[in-house]
Design a protein around this ligand. Structure first.
Ligand code: FAD
Length: 290
């Protein structure tokens, strides 16, 4: 596998990077760690004459606490985020989720922004960030817009990003008291075959809010409606309801059959992993209940 020839540009601001991409049109593409893009180019699946390297763009760097959330630069590597005390303090499950992505070589250069923008269906961050209701800031250095993560993906390898627009930061709400989050996944090959993330909020031992995201089995993360069955369940009844939600969620998703398994096999995985994720999120929420 040999890379075709290309020219690398290294802009030093978000504005310059976006302007360059607009000027280059379809011949140019942004690159960060290159773990996805260079592989696609080596395989001949994508070809660009110009790569716009984002590593020197300061707007894409850093982790900052802002009021009740954390703002994460899209150019931060998985490894940098895994070790961030600010993220650990606000969203304790996130470093654990990131530590499971790929392997240490990929995590050391691959970025959170590259993961989301490539929109490979087998993504841990896409599932997790949809469940915790994270928001993405997309911009070009002069204008910006906010998009909830669950509205960012149009399908496999497709997002709402316009040409020249970049993912600048990911805003993740801090987990409030009484809320539990869990991320569960299974992999046989390099990437996860199933990812499930759940978020539940308890008030006086009753479930008042619940959110569930199933990822890696369809083109983009799916939010099963069946999760609404959990609302109002109390400690005595929620085990039964969790099982109902798991079965209904598995029946509702239409997994894509691929090298990871058949559609029916993946539905079986979804049922098991939804149950595990909800049980774990409820256990986490119970630990924080006032
Ligand atoms: C062996 C292997 C195993 C993996 N396992 C997992 C796994 O278990 N779980 C998981 O979730 N992921 C997994 N991945 C995916 C991994 O997380 C991504 O490869 C990595 O995060 C991509 O980041 P990057 O900076 O290298 O992206 P790049 O390759 O630099 O870019 C990827 C795409 O995003 C675009 N892009 C990058 N940054 C921006 C930006 N700021 N704005 C707009 N567009 C941008 C690029 O143009 C390109 O199209 C695996 C990858 C490999 C190679």
């Amino acid at each position: 596998m040999k890379l075709p020839p290309f020219e690398v540009h290294r802009p030093s601001s978000l504005y310059d990077a976006s302007r360059l991409l607009r000027d280059l049109g379809g011949d140019g593409v942004p690159i960060n760690g290159g773990t996805e893009l260079l592989l696609a180019m080596k395989l001949g699946l994508a070809q660009y004459d110009h790569l716009v390297d984002l590593k020197r763009v300061p707007e894409l760097r850093g982790v900052r606490p802002i009021s009740t959330s954390v703002s994460i630069g899209a150019g931060m590597t998985h490894r940098e985020l895994e070790g961030s005390p600010v993220i650990a303090e606000a969203v304790g499950e996130m470093p654990r989720m990131l530590a499971e992505v790929a392997n240490v070589r990929v995590r050391s250069v691959g970025t959170i922004g590259g993961n989301l923008c490539f929109a490979d269906p087998h993504s841990d961050p896409a599932t997790f960030l949809s469940a915790v209701e994270a928001t993405l800031v997309l911009g070009d250095g002069s204008t910006s817009r906010r998009v909830p993560v669950d509205q960012f993906f149009l399908g496999a390898y497709e997002t709402v990003l316009e040409h020249g627009e970049l993912l600048v930061e990911v805003t993740v709400p801090a987990v409030p008291v009484g809320t539990g989050i869990a991320h569960m996944r299974m992999k046989v090959h390099e990437r996860p075959a199933v990812t499930v993330a759940a978020k539940v909020t308890l008030e006086r031992d009753t479930i008042v809010r619940a959110r569930l995201v199933v990822g890696s089995v369809c083109g983009a993360p799916v939010l099963p409606q069946a999760i609404d069955k959990l609302i109002g369940a109390s400690r005595g009844t929620w085990s039964e309801r969790v099982r109902e939600v798991a079965a209904a969620s598995a029946a509702a998703v239409a997994p894509v059959a691929d090298a990871e398994g058949s559609s029916r096999y993946k539905q079986a995985l979804v049922e098991v992993f939804v149950r595990r994720a909800l049980d774990a999120a409820l256990a986490n929420a119970s630990g924080f209940t006032r």
